[in-house]
Design a protein around this ligand. Structure first.
Ligand code: ZN
Length: 284
């Protein structure tokens, strides 16, 4: 099965890339349902998709990206606005799938098709409702540990003579990643809360960083926190500057979960290259 797939992929790289993108768009469509319903504690399976006015949505309006474009962002039944979040999440997931296939070896690319959608889901829930549900967050941690055991390539553990040793080492790397991710965010949160005098970061941030550690190992967990902080500061900067210009206090919050998700995805796709580029840049 895998040999046949590899032969097909070698013959038709473009077709496989398009397939990954299309599957990604459909997964993105499902993520939209999850982002809308999970923080409210609703089932993601039933009822079928409905407009805010209660009308069932015909299948063609649900086509990823296309449906939104055909409707020009307005519901067919009642003319209500459909959030741009829908096509954005679908397009982003499509790009994540196609990009994984483009950038990563096949086994890691398939793993990315579970890791990246979970990150998009968690980031989407945080941006939409400022509420990160525990279930997908803990799923990220557990799935990372399982995936590391099944695919030792994820943690770069392929050099042992006995195949079982690769799996054991890989699971160990994953557990260590979880420990480091949990510990660093806990410390930053504790010190930050004392310094700022109010809650700095939340439990969701701890679980997310542990999850990235489970998939990427301890270096990935550190990059998730520190790279994520840089992403967070960059995205908050326009708001901070415009508040200063108006002479007001900045009242927004740094969206930590989405920023850390971006950093985690970057590390999974291009981690070692990022570190090499950094060393190169620092050492001139
Ligand atoms: Zn409607």
């Amino acid at each position: 099965m895998t040999a046949a797939f590899e032969r097909f992929a070698a013959l038709h790289p473009g077709a496989v890339l398009v397939c990954f993108g299309l599957v990604g768009a459909c997964v993105g469509s499902f993520l939209n349902v999850c982002i809308h319903r999970l923080p409210k504690g609703e089932s993601v399976v039933t009822p079928g998709s409905r407009c805010a006015c209660g009308e069932p949505i015909p299948w063609w309006c649900n086509l990823p990206v296309l449906g939104w474009l055909l409707l020009r962002g307005r519901a067919r039944c009642c003319g209500g606005r459909i959030s741009a979040r829908y096509p954005v999440v679908e397009l982003l997931t499509a790009l994540a799938f196609a990009g994984s296939w483009w950038l990563l070896p096949p086994a890691k690319a398939f793993a990315a098709c579970l890791f990246l959608p979970l990150l998009i889901l968690l980031a989407g829930c945080d941006l939409e409702d400022m509420l990160v549900p525990d279930a997908p967050n803990f799923t990220l941690v557990g799935a990372g540990l399982m995936a590391s055991m099944l695919l030792p390539e994820l943690q770069g553990e392929t050099g042992h003579a006995v195949a079982a040793m690769n799996r054991i080492h890989s699971a160990g790397d994953s557990l260590f990643g979880i420990a480091v991710g949990t510990a660093v965010v806990w410390w930053v949160r504790t010190v930050g809360t004392v310094l700022a005098g109010r809650e700095a970061m939340g439990e969701a941030d701890i679980i997310l960083c542990a999850g990235v550690g489970a998939w990427c190992g301890w270096e990935g967990a550190l990059f998730c926190l520190f790279g994520g902080s840089i992403v967070g500061v960059i995205t908050a900067l326009p708001g901070v500057i415009s508040a200063r210009v108006r002479g007001a206090e900045y009242e927004g919050v740094v969206p930590f979960v989405p920023s850390m998700a971006v950093a985690g995805a970057l590390w999974f796709l291009r981690g070692p290259e990022l570190v090499r580029a950094w060393h190169h840049w620092v050492s001139g």
